[in-house]
Design a protein around this ligand. Structure first.
Ligand SMILES: Cc1cc2nc3c(=O)[nH]c(=O)nc-3n(C[C@H](O)[C@H](O)[C@H](O)COP(=O)(O)OP(=O)(O)OC[C@H]3O[C@@H](n4cnc5c(N)ncnc54)[C@H](O)[C@@H]3O)c2cc1C
Ligand code: SF4
Length: 452
């Protein structure tokens, strides 16, 4: 335990974001860092609870009390070792995890001032890279080979663990680079892509082979099924949920990921033909979908120079404040979330249904929407949607559909083929995808160990 009284004397301090007037003009990471003294003080607040709910809440089973204590005592190397024992890529979760552990922290129950685990995690990892505590492992090979299909966080976590267990791992990725949604979904202002490159370089040095531009289909005829001792499918959720309202074909209506992936490619220096470029510059933008992907569209639209941005959501506005009484601690609160992108300015509306995309000469000009209400269903089940008032038109030259992704269906595969991450569980979080990748690596190891 750090300092037994620290949580009584020291308040939670977040590093916060760069000022809006500064960050809005570039795609650099918005989050700042605390200095070393302040970071250690934050780590000292961790009480090493008898029943640490943070372990339970973190899908990776990370143990914040252990690494927070080492951090408080200034042993950054030990802190990294403890963190890395459960988390293969803490530089990702340290930046973009919604910190399920902090919501379950006992200090969150008392004063809504939980420990700053996510930021601590990021600081520990950056120090470890800086100080050279992260070294290249050269595992002894066991003669078996494994193919991983998809280089998102799930595939990378599976590849990492299998490689360390001695398997010769080849990762097949349909894109031109690794990272999955870390690289082609999450904007650079949340996660700088050099952070992914740094980790991929390490994985390559440790012996993992990456094959890019390879779209693999796994079925009875796939060569890969016969060529490898085991196959891990980590292909994510490739199909975005569509909105088949009239006018969907108009120019200016796009899936959120079309914009986000393209913007990340542009920032990576990839040339996109002018006629294919999607841009919010000078436009009124409407984001349909009130979740995190929608929020990332808002931040991107601002940086591209939009005129205005509105986000609509068909469901009711979540409860404001730290806790929803219907969803109490230690569960992750389904309360209103205001992201750095929301803070940059946007109109947010709830209980809004989309009726029609309107256009002129094939080009989107606005969207007809209807305010609605949700009423209890007398027969039980899903509440009933009831229209309120008259339809209205929201002016928009660019619409971004951010309504989630369809859960993929899989055929029955041979026993040496395993599925993990979002491909197995539906769209979720990076930390869950990584946890699933690790669990699958353990299953593959158990399966192949019988045959070694
Ligand atoms: C815009 C956006 C923002 C997000 N922000 C956050 C956030 O801030 N925090 C958070 O925790 N989560 C966030 N998420 C969710 C998170 O990114 C995903 O849950 C996570 O990336 C899933 O990991 P995965 O490895 O299962 O799949 P993916 O990341 O989707 O990776 C799948 C990989 O498989 C490849 N692939 C697919 N099919 C094939 C094939 N046939 N052959 C070869 N390769 C193939 C794809 O190209 C991709 O590289 C966000 C998601 C989106 C869309
Ligand atoms: S990965 Fe996320 S939930 Fe787990 S300890 Fe880190 S911030 Fe908390």
């Amino acid at each position: 335990m750090g300092n037994p009284k620290a949580f009584l004397e020291i308040h939670r301090q977040e590093a916060g974001y760069r000022p809006i007037h500064d960050r809005i003009h570039d795609f650099g990471e918005v989050e700042q860092t605390l200095n070393t003294r302040e970071r250690k003080l934050q780590a000292s607040r961790c009480m090493d609870c008898g029943v640490p709910f943070c372990h339970w809440a973190c899908p990776l089973g990370n143990k914040p009390p252990e690494w927070n204590e080492a951090l408080y005592k200034g042993d950054w190397e030990l802190a990294y070792q403890l963190l890395n024992a459960t988390n293969p890529f803490p530089e990702f979760t340290g930046r973009i995890c919604p910190a399920l552990c902090e919501k379950a922290c006992v200090l969150n129950l008392i004063e809504h001032e939980p420990t700053t685990n996510r930021e601590d995690e990021c600081a520990i990892t950056e120090a470890a890279f800086r100080e050279g505590y992260i070294t290249v492992h050269h595992p002894q090979r066991n003669g078996k080979n494994v193919a991983v299909i998809g280089a998102g966080p799930a595939g990378l976590a599976a590849a990492h663990d299998l490689n360390l267990s001695g398997y010769q791992v080849t990762v097949f990725e349909k894109n031109e680079d690794a990272g999955g949604l870390l690289r082609y979904g999450i904007p650079n202002f949340k996660l700088n892509k050099a952070i992914i490159d740094r980790r991929i370089h390490l994985l390559e040095q440790e012996g993992i082979t990456f094959c890019y531009g390879k779209e693999i289909t796994v079925n009875d005829k796939s060569k890969i099924v016969n060529d490898f001792d085991a196959v891990v499918i980590a292909t994510g959720t490739p199909t975005a949920r569509n909105l088949n309202a009239p006018g969907r074909e108009l120019k200016g209506v796009h899936f959120a990921l079309d914009l986000l992936a393209q913007q990340n490619r542009v920032l990576a220096g990839i040339d996109i033909p002018k006629e294919e470029r999607i841009t919010a510059k000078g436009k009124d933008v409407l984001v349909i979908g009130g979740g995190d992907t929608g929020s990332d569209c808002i931040g991107t639209a601002h940086r591209q120079g939009c005129k205005s941005v509105t986000q609509i959501e068909i469901m009711p506005k979540p409860v404001e404040g730290p806790v929803d009484p219907n969803n109490p601690w230690p569960n992750y609160p389904r309360t209103l979330k205001t992201t750095s992108s929301h803070e940059e300015g946007c109109t947010r509306r709830w209980n809004i249904n989309t009726l029609e995309f309107l256009g002129k000469d094939g080009q989107l000009t606005g969207v007809k929407v209807q305010e609605i209400d949700w009423q209890p269903n007398p027969e039980g089940g899903r509440p009933i949607m009831v229209e309120k008032g008259e339809p209205e038109i929201i002016k928009a030259e660019l619409v971004l559909l951010a309504m989630g992704f369809l859960k993929p269906e899989h055929p029955e595969y041979p026993e040496h083929v395993f599925v993990c991450g979002d491909a197995a569980n539906g769209a979720s979080l990076v930390v869950r995808a990584m946890a699933s990748g690790k669990q699958t690596a353990a299953k593959v190891h158990a399966f192949l160990s019988k045959k070694i």
